[in-house]
Design a protein around this ligand. Sequence first.
Ligand code: NDP
Length: 285
Amino acid sequence: MTAQIINGKEIAAKKRLEIAEEVVNLKNRGVTPGLAVILVGNNHASRTYVTNKEKACKELGMNSLLIEMPEEVSEEELLAKIAELNETQDIHGILVQLPLPKHIDEKKVIESISPLKDVDGFHPINIGRMMTGQNAFLPCTPYGIMVLLEETGISIPGKHVVVVGRSNIVGKPVGQLFLNQDATVTYCHSKTKDLPLHTNQADILVAAVGIPNFIKAEHVKNGAVVIDVGINRNEAGKLCGDVAFEEVAEKAGFITPVPKGVGPMTITMLMYNTVKSAAESLVRN
Ligand code: NDP
């Protein structure tokens, strides 16, 4: 293997130490950062994510409030709970675990969260602020990717970044964050013709597709930085990314593994955003 591994677990641990210090500072000023997580229904994966978020809060000395609602809860009841949390002073972040049951309008729910407490960074106001380079809560996975590169010492201005995937939670915002840092950005998606032609131009290639081992060595330029966002199960049920790790690592300059790559950064940046929100509430009050 020639590529250097970008160890997300180590970088996340380092960031969490910094966040824990900021929690202590805030507590000394009378504020304990608090995150409310709303879980609707009993989706197994969602429950695991929520448990991990609660655990991370606890480890960092933050408060967490888990609100569980049944699968049949009405949209009205969910919106009323969010409205209540918007007004609750010791809650600084509100997160509604997605996906929601089909009878609930996800967009309406996201827009009902106060942009000041939208620590997922999904509210259109935060997305607009991010696009115009203003202070905003940045979506956690894209933000985590930027921190991974910064901590690895990879310079971004002038680089050609190719993002494969254009979802609202990963692909689109990560491309925007690279653009904000003066990269030249190309987006690819399911309708892109001749994908390897584009991906082979990439100094930094981000794969956010959701297909196991989709990006092969033929997609990658020698020495490129390859960021694998995918969290998938292969045919044998084993966790794997969107990148065929073994063959791509022979060609890339840097690569994130799955697990222990981008994954650990997502919850870390959620904690970061919640602490940022608590600090900003102090300035406002
Ligand atoms: P989505 O399913 O929302 O988006 C997938 C994107 O991939 C779409 O834009 C789609 O294009 C594109 N795509 C699909 N097939 C192809 C193809 N053949 N060629 C090129 N592009 C294609 O997924 P997410 O963005 O939500 O997630 C992507 C992956 O990242 C998943 O594995 C997910 O589990 C993982 N993930 C990991 C996180 C982490 O913390 N590490 C957090 C969030 C997600 P089109 O728009 O045209 O349909």
